[in-house]
Design a protein around this ligand. Sequence first.
Ligand code: AMP
Ligand code: MG
Length: 708
Amino acid sequence: MTGFDSFLVVDWSAAKRAPVNPSKDAIWLGFVQDGVAQEPIYCRNRIDAETRLTEIIRTEQDAGRRMLIGFDFPFGYPKGFARIVTGKDDPLALWDWLAAQITDTPEGVNNRFEVAETINALFAGPGPFWGKSHQDRWPGVPYRKIGIPFDRVAEKRSCDRGANTPSSCFQLFFNPTVGSQALMGLPMLSRLRRMNGVAVWPFGAWHDAPVVLAEIWPGLIEAAVKAQIARDGTEIRDRVQVRLLAGALSRLAPEALTTMMKDIPAEAREEAWVLGTGHASALCALAQGSPLAPPPLRDDCFALPAGVDWTPVNDALEALRARLHPVVGQGQVALKAALGRVLATPVTARRSNPPAPNSAVDGYGFAFDSLGTGDQVLPLCDGRAAAGVPYGGNVPPGTAIRILTGAILPDGVDTVILQEDVQCDGRQIAFRGGVKPGSNARKAGEDVCGGMEILPAGRVLTPADLALLAATGTDRVPVYDRLQVAILSTGDELREPGEPATPGQIYDANRPMLHALMTQMGFACNDMGRAPDDRDALRAALDRAADTSDAILTSGGASAGDEDHVSALLKESGALSHWRIALKPGRPLALGIWRGTPVFGLPGNPVAALVCTLIFARPALGLMAGTGWTLPQGFDVPAGFTKRKKPGRREYLRARIRDGRAEVFASEGSGRISGLSWAEGLVELPDGAAEIAPGDMVRYIPYGSFGL
Ligand code: AMP
Ligand code: MG
């Protein structure tokens, strides 16, 4: 299939004629013609809109431009509805039926409530159409939804349930009036689709058609619309929506659009589907005009407000949060390789779980309605239903069938009794009365409905998420590329473990620790080794790191002393912010940009290096990696220690829980690596003064809350 050249997005309306001056509640057409965005077109009424659409379809076809036209109302109704109205499961037959029934005038006077009455009369009881402009007119249309059973057809289609939209195609009045829009829109579509070259997605042969009509929903780009209106509050909302959505569709990579059009569940053939469902964030990004490659960070992203002396931890975090954004590209990985990866776009269930009603136990199935009162004896029918081996026949009323856990409920079965509750002689079963209807039967989609968003963008995938993705039919997962983090130790005194070392030399402890931290947090590590306290060597090492990585973690040399070359170089490059954060242990932390790559200049002391990594680097790197800003979950627990602290800075103590109390390491010395290893988490003491006695509540953050 080739891509499209032109994109038209229609914001339909069921309202009466709109004013001469462009307003909301009219019909708006957003148009990107052959890659060039046009001014949105204003139509005062539906007849005017249909004329314009017909003209545009002809013009684009004559010019040899393939066109996608999106309409913002449902193209189909919930499963089973078309058959009740037309006798066929064909949604297009329903369009034609409506086209024959619905009347409209240039003033917008129409008979939609009468037509809704006609359809409602085909159902026993009230509804399914409801809502009207006059409480006393159209007795066949209930004023309110209460009491409508929605038993023969569901209230919403699978994709509406999945997208969690408030709208139902049966609601005719009170916002959202999706039902009225569809009744007044489908007759037009019935006419448009009969034009030469026009096809309808996802019904019929749309693959190579010169003009394809598709259902769209501006709600998918709501975030972009909001942002645009916040920037320029004067534009009419509907106009913004069609303009941005047409722009987003036109900027989509043709392969991505093809995937969106092909990747839809089976029920969409009758109920239709909203194009782009599950791709809201990609569409939003495109609507805002941003290309999919993330923009670079700004050089001043670490600059602190002038005049600030000691920055409170929360202010420092807020500053990082405001200035960093995802810097990684996107791709797809196989499901089994997706553990710990970050979802780049929300994932939508490709099928329901369970896909079909089935048995939750080993037992016997039957129709609840066929039971009498009191104790029961039912003859068994031949055969059985097992998981993966369905029973093809129909189970007659008043008989039971052997059924095993996970087996699809055969026709005629809605209730299952546990085998332990039954006496069976091989020909019939006997059991006590009091069985509840539907017991031990799992409903189709009771866990997850096909089309529903199951995981949001930014999610770090867990083992359970992989099960959810697998069960709902996803095998390729859209993920962000792994954030590449370079790790570099600095200091003339450092040696590699295993090497000989003089008493003046120490082994590099930070590098293996930081490497392990980054790995556990899901980032890719680039080991840059050690750099001596020498400007040129360090400069070369930073260059190499910036070439290969999205972020750089250094340790040591971050304060302002003679041998603190990391901070000196960052200052030289013009992008150092020496962050004086009111944090213990933490000083000094140097944040800067080296050739466009952010550098977290961690303190050399291993304890401080670890705390700064957990408290500052982790959320910042997470944001750059696409997870959003995540803070660790702490718990209030009684202290098992005594401590007095002055106001003015936040403190983190190496801690662990024993006997329900937080105990802290005996020494607070920031070179004491044994305490880091002894600890299983951190106790966080607030910025103000504190006097802690045993039993007082303190905040404990387990290492696990940092993803370790
Ligand atoms: P600096 O920030 O370079 O002044 O280092 C502060 C302290 O941390 C000094 O005692 C260093 O020897 C020590 N240190 C620096 N880097 C490391 C490292 N990679 N492993 C262990 N200790 C280190
Ligand atoms: Mg040093």
